[in-house]
Ligand binder design. Structure first.
Ligand code: PLP
Length: 439
């Protein structure tokens, strides 16, 4: 058998392993190992054969990786892909889809655009808004800010800096360095129109865009999008909203009001791999006017021009920092198509309700104290009398016991506990066990 021949035995074994993982309730949490404890010498001249290599993957390597969808995984931003989305990710892989162009992947791109249109509609963007799915929020922020700078340059302005808040995500600062652009730091926690206006008045030279955050990663707080949009509108600045985490809740009626003003942004991102139940890795990047994305990102080469004959065709490669891409939005589209948008609203609402119940639980325990009232689904609190090593021991105990994956963070220089909820399968009982371990 040559290596390009279909091997039914291998296919069956891979599907069995995938189905076993889907049926695991809950999955093993999985634990990182020392590098020396993992199998080495796996690449050989003649190959290990399918059975041995799959054995290594299934029995040694995957268990040494954490299941982000474990109901006790509450660190960073968890993920909780629906089985529908995960299964279609497998199917997309075997279809060899080049997702950069309409010419090659019209059906897949159309499906992705249906999903993007749902998100654009939730944000109140006009007809004609659109973009593409990129690898993650970091790439999404970079792609949007590059488009913003290109617009400013074509307008003849000095486009040197982007206004950001203290709580802006690390990826924005990192991508500004990639762009060789500067930051105008707007003081204060939550970005407001007033603070932005004052900072621009004092030192606005060369500012071409503003990044507002809809759901900060550390505390889950939403900037004053309406106030910021007012200032951007008056000054002709591009408003980009980083909602990698928080804009998953655009579909949730109980918090929709917190995002008022997003309808006036020039671009926004949201990661379906965070709070919209899609597999890694997937960021929806949406422009109010995709022409700016295209002007900034379309690549030109003699062999590419045949993709651009017709402006009605939609090439995802035109809208981000990429050329070749997998149509990573298709699993998200499929799950949305299967379950309907009401199911998404309900699932997000259930995680919001859990976060509120956890906040109540924290209030009811005298040894604990909330650091901030949760606005979305991140709950941050202190354990009186604890220092960083105590939080570390708490996290290690839960992780090594295979029960939960939590990590401390810091707020205003103080180490604190932080739990993030996006998984509808996480229950209050799971969280009570995590809190009990602090008493
Ligand atoms: C997670 C996150 C990002 C980065 O997204 P990646 O997909 O990890 O690249 C950016 N901004 C915010 C607010 C985030 O929560």
């Amino acid at each position: 058998m040559s290596m390009h021949d279909h091997d039914p035995a291998l296919a069956a074994a891979v599907f069995d392993a995938a189905l076993a993982r889907l049926a695991a309730d809950p999955p093993e949490l999985g634990l990182a190992r020392e590098p020396g404890a993992l199998p080495a010498g796996t690449i050989t001249a003649t190959g290990l054969g399918a059975e041995r290599a799959l054995g290594l993957l299934r029995d040694a390597l995957l268990p040494a990786s954490t299941a982000i969808d474990h109901p006790g995984y509450l660190a960073f931003i968890p993920g909780a892909s629906t089985p529908a989305a995960s299964l279609v990710d497998l199917l997309v892989s075997v279809h060899a889809l080049y997702g950069g162009s309409w010419l090659e992947a019209a059906g897949a791109v159309h499906a992705e655009n249906e999903a993007l249109a749902w998100l654009a509609g939730l944000a109140g963007f006009p007809e004609g808004a659109g973009g593409c799915f990129v690898q993650g929020g970091t790439n999404g922020n970079l792609s949007a800010l590059h488009a913003a700078r290109e617009r400013a340059r074509h307008g003849g302005g000095r486009a040197a800096r982007v206004a950001v808040s203290e709580e802006v995500h690390s990826s924005v600062r990192s991508m500004l360095r990639v762009m060789d652009a500067g930051a105008l730091d707007v003081p204060g926690g939550r970005l407001t129109g007033g603070a932005l206006e004052a900072a621009l008045e004092a030192d606005g030279d060369g500012v071409f865009a503003v990044v507002a955050t809809a759901g900060t990663t550390n505390l889950g707080l939403v900037d004053d999008l309406a106030g910021v949009a007012d200032v951007c509108g008056e000054r002709g600045l591009w408003l980009h909203v980083d909602g990698a985490y928080g804009l998953g809740a655009l579909c949730a009626p109980s918090v929709r009001e917190r995002f008022a003003g997003i309808e006036r942004a020039d671009s926004f991102i949201v990661d379906p791999h965070k709070w919209l139940f899609a597999p890694f890795d997937s960021c929806a990047l949406i422009y109010r006017d995709p022409a700016y994305g295209r002007a900034a990102h379309r690549q030109h080469a003699s062999y590419l021009e045949s993709l651009y004959v017709d402006d009605a065709t939609f090439n995802p490669s035109d809208y981000g920092v990429h050329l070749t891409r997998r149509p990573r939005g298709v699993p998200f589209w499929f799950s949305l198509a299967v379950h309907g948008t009401d199911a998404y609203a309900e699932a997000v609402e259930s995680t919001l309700a859990l976060a509120r119940a956890v906040a109540d639980e924290v209030r009811a325990r005298p040894e604990l104290e909330l650091v901030a009232e949760p606005e979305l689904s991140v709950v941050v609190f202190r354990r009186h009398g604890w220092r960083l090593p105590d939080y570390g021991a708490w996290a290690d105990g839960l992780r090594l016991g295979g029960r939960a994956f939590v990590l401390p963070t810091s707020h205003a220089g103080e180490p604190v506990a932080r739990l993030a909820f996006v998984n509808p399968r996480t229950t209050l009982d799971h969280v009570r066990a995590v809190l009990d371990a602090m008493s």
